[in-house]
Design a protein around this ligand. Structure first.
Ligand code: AMP
Ligand code: MG
Length: 507
């Protein structure tokens, strides 16, 4: 273990792709570039408040003070930059976006992998558009806790190393209703093989800069997909098929644990199939496929829970389109999209087999699952509690699952008992319980749980953050000491509270 100085730093993205000739500078269009060098803005009083020991030990880092992670010192070997990318936002092409408040410090070379460290909330970049480049404590806590929780849920994700409060107040109009307030500023250091997104490629195709597109594709494949090459149409399709399959895996896990990303814009889709950019995400409490936590999306609910698999396909189609200029026969790109649909279908079946403890999925199970989905929506039913209690059910009787219902006097008992009997028969009274336990988490980061951690942290007490951080390292374990507090349906106070039932993109 050591300090930032003792790490081996690389900057392959800067070495291998074209960038901005200017360093830093004002907010602007940066044509033909994949990045701009920019230094983090130093924090007035950086304090390290949350630290992931696990991530740190992977990086061989001792717990530091907040100097480097608050953006106040650049270590030799780091060459900080902001990435340029574009994206489709809510279905519309938005042109240049880029890292408006994220700054990569560098890549750390480890024995068997290379990981990129990026500060989020460390000040303006050429891509900040009209915003300040900062992040507030509440959204930083949500990103820190959720990305680490997702990792332990076995959902592919970027990770978090640290959360630093900056000692600076940041002005935010949280609900965009003309009531701005000062909030505590914070910076999360997040970690991933890279932060290259679908939109990183799209921007070059959209500006007809096929040379830069090709260079970025070559860099990405060589660096992150070394088992692939792209010397022919077939190889390009194989690479995209690989990405499609990884995306399908990620989304099938979201569906399994009840996660709603909230902003599946193409600039928020990692080329590695990792959950990235934790913003107005949420977790299903009552099982409502039409739910999205994101207020900005309330009109059409484009990114609602039940639509995530389809949006995955839509986003992949945009990525494929971006590759058209590199191909002689772009019609082959359909194969990658078909691979996504096929892969997702298979994964979905596996997911249900796991959740219901079926030894394997057979065609007739489809009916069982369709009926289950309808029943779960009949009255307000907590997804996490329902499936977790189902893991230990002894008889096909809904009474033992009554804790999953918001109104126990209103359970459609007959319908449920019919369904449970059908399922019981299907598994011969012997559901695969060990499979069920690892498919149905006991603890997830419900919005109201994160909000309690935020409320305490905003008054200087990070103990709830720490408690949740530790609880969620073992989401599939019983942890009976935490059951009463955290294995609970959404409390009434959280039903309509901002931050719990709805979230804006303001962060
Ligand atoms: P998101 O919806 O969080 O993925 O953000 C969309 C775009 O807005 C990205 O280019 C972000 O970098 C940028 N952005 C979001 N918040 C800020 C901020 N406070 N300052 C600068 N850029 C921001
Ligand atoms: Mg984003």
């Amino acid at each position: 273990m050591g300090s930032f100085d003792s790490l081996e730093w690389l900057n392959r993205f800067l070495d291998e792709t074209p960038g901005d000739i200017e360093v830093g500078g004002p907010t602007r269009q940066v044509p033909n570039a994949c990045w701009s060098r920019v230094k983090p803005t130093p924090s007035p009083q950086p304090k390290l408040m949350l630290w992931s020991e696990e991530m740190a030990s992977k990086l061989n880092l001792d717990r530091p003070d907040g100097i480097v992670l608050g953006g106040n010192e650049i270590i030799e070997g780091m060459d900080p930059y902001a990435q340029r990318y574009g994206g489709h936002q809510f279905g519309n092409w938005a042109n240049q976006l880029g890292d408006g408040r994220a700054i990569t410090l560098g890549e750390v070379k480890l024995q068997s992998e290379v990981l990129e460290l990026q500060l989020k909330g460390s000040g303006k970049t050429p891509y900040s558009r009209f915003a300040d480049g900062k992040a507030v404590l509440r959204s930083s806590i949500r990103e820190f806790l959720c990305s680490e929780a997702m990792y332990h849920l076995k959902v592919p994700t970027t990770r978090a190393l640290s959360l630093v409060t900056t000692g600076e107040e940041v002005l935010r109009d949280m609900m965009y209703d003309g009531n701005p307030a000062l909030e505590t500023g914070a910076i999360v250091c997040r970690v991933a093989p890279s932060f290259i997104r679908f939109g990183s490629f799209q921007i070059h195709t959209a500006s007809n800069d096929y040379d830069t597109l090709m260079t970025l594709v070559e860099h990405t494949v060589k660096t992150h997909f070394p088992e692939h090459s792209i010397t022919s149409d077939e190889e390009i399709v194989q690479w995209l098929t690989h990405i499609a399959k990884k995306t399908a895996v990620m989304i099938s896990h979201w569906m399994r644990v009840g996660f709603v990303h909230g902003v599946m814009n193409t600039d928020n889709m990692s080329i590695h199939g990792l959950t990235i950019d934790y913003g107005p995400y949420g977790w299903l409490e009552d099982y409502n496929p039409g739910w999205t936590p994101n207020t900005t999306d309330s009109a059409t609910r484009r990114y609602r829970y039940g639509q995530q698999p389809k949006i995955g396909a839509w986003n992949l189609a945009r990525l494929c389109e971006a590759m058209v200029p590199l191909m002689e026969d772009p019609s082959q790109l359909h194969e990658a999209l078909e691979a996504y649909s096929q892969s997702y279908g298979e994964l979905q079946n596996q997911m249900w087999a796991g959740k219901l403890g079926l030894s394997s999925f057979i065609e007739s199970d489809e009916e069982l699952i369709v009926e289950l989905n309808a029943l779960l929506q009949e009255v307000e039913t907590d997804m996490t509690i329902f499936f977790r209690l189902l893991c230990s059910i002894e008889q096909p009787n809904i009474e033992s699952l009554s804790d999953a219902f918001y109104d126990p006097s209103n359970i459609p008992t007959k319908l449920w008992n019919d369904w449970l009997s059908k399922w019981w028969k299907r598994v011969n009274g012997l559901p695969n319980r060990s499979e069920m336990i690892v498919s149905n988490p006991k603890y997830v980061l419900r919005n109201w749980m994160a909000q309690l951690a935020i409320d305490a942290a905003e008054s200087g007490d990070f103990s709830v953050c720490e408690e949740l951080f530790n609880l969620l390292k073992n989401p599939y374990q019983e942890q009976p000491e935490f059951e009463e507090k955290w294995f609970q349906k959404r409390p009434e106070w959280a039903r309509h509270r901002v931050g719990c039932s709805m979230l804006s993109c303001s962060s």
